[in-house]
Design a protein around this ligand. Sequence first.
Ligand code: AMP
Ligand code: MG
Length: 431
Amino acid sequence: SKCDIDLGSSKMLTYDEALQQVLQTVQRMPVEKVELERILGRILAESIRAEFDLPRFNNSAVDGFGVLISDVAQASTDKPIKLNLVGTIHAGDRADGPALKSGETVKILTGATVPPSVEAVIMREYCVEESGIVAFATNAETGENVRRKGDEVKQGEEVLPAGIEASPPVVGLIASFGHAKFPVYQQPRVAVVVTGDELVKPGGALEDGQIFESNSFALAAAVKALGLPDCRTIHARDDREATEQAFLLALDDQQADVIISAGGVSVGEHDYVKVVLEQDIGVTSVFWKIAIKPGKPVFFGFIDRPDREGGKPRRRIIFGLPGNPVSALVTFNLFVKPALMAMQGALDGPKSGWFGSLERDMKKKPGRLDFVRGILSCSPEGALNVLPTRGQDSHMLSGLAKADCLIQFPADDERLSQGQCVRLERLDWHS
Ligand code: AMP
Ligand code: MG
């Protein structure tokens, strides 16, 4: 036949298909209980339930004086009303004194119990206290300045679902129910493998044809930005044996749950990553090649393997990202980050996407979904505009460094015009 050449495009997955396959392959990490002091940024493995009503008892929102409404009904700046001060309730006191009677007031400080007989608390700014008498320059409404038991949440209610991140207020909420520890998902151990004979560690000296190795630093930083522990990095020469050793080190010595490699995964003569993973190590391939740009030759697979000391096999996942620095980081953002978050049980963020108005014309060849690096801005009218950055090639890290979003240039389209509404992904390096 005339034209049997398979250019590979027919087998390429779409972005959505590839992401689905990643999310279906990963497994949740085990659960551990972590002290509040170390829980920031971790993903909760259980919902937060109200152990008791919040607030737990009626208490005062201000420093002031407890009154009966009818006693102060006629009070004003011109004609203050005087009541006898019969006691003080500080925060932390039990409020088990006699009920407040007409003509009496009790001093109540912020957070102190408001006894059932007190109908409102008047801020001390509206009162003058002198030798056992308090003059009120204002009246009050029932319940004023009283934080009522259970008005935030009732005992037994779900306050927040599992799968959310322990942000500072979440940490505070857990503490306010009295937990010293809370169950969270363990964090995956990540190893980074970089390949290439041309690569020299920063700090060294370059010879002709060599470049400084940047991917291991960028990818390790991307892992760290998600709040994960420092990851180990390994550099392999472009050699089948060395590449195999690098992956075995990551799997067995470092016991990585996730391996991210960069480079050596395309169709070059010295691209050993795929063959080593599949044939020498026994990784099950889920996909290789996605109809996206940058990042077409992404490899993704898994292997269920015990640690070197034995034990139960654990699912390890392996991403073979392309070596071009922009491709490596963009595909990290598109696939590795969602995988790392799903392994930690994170709820999916809102997938509705963002849309903006394109600030200049663009063109490309049809076939692949292009993730164009862009800069967002908001007009005074409230419209979101997006400008592609200069330096769109996949070796131009500066273009990515300036960007705060990825503009989706759909696979089948060849042109986008200025003013057109485009779909965006925010480029957020944090979890
Ligand atoms: P590869 O995917 O191995 O063919 O590499 C694609 C391009 O990325 C080449 O220009 C490499 O020199 C470059 N590259 C690969 N790995 C790295 C790295 N770790 N740091 C910087 N550049 C890299
Ligand atoms: Mg290479």
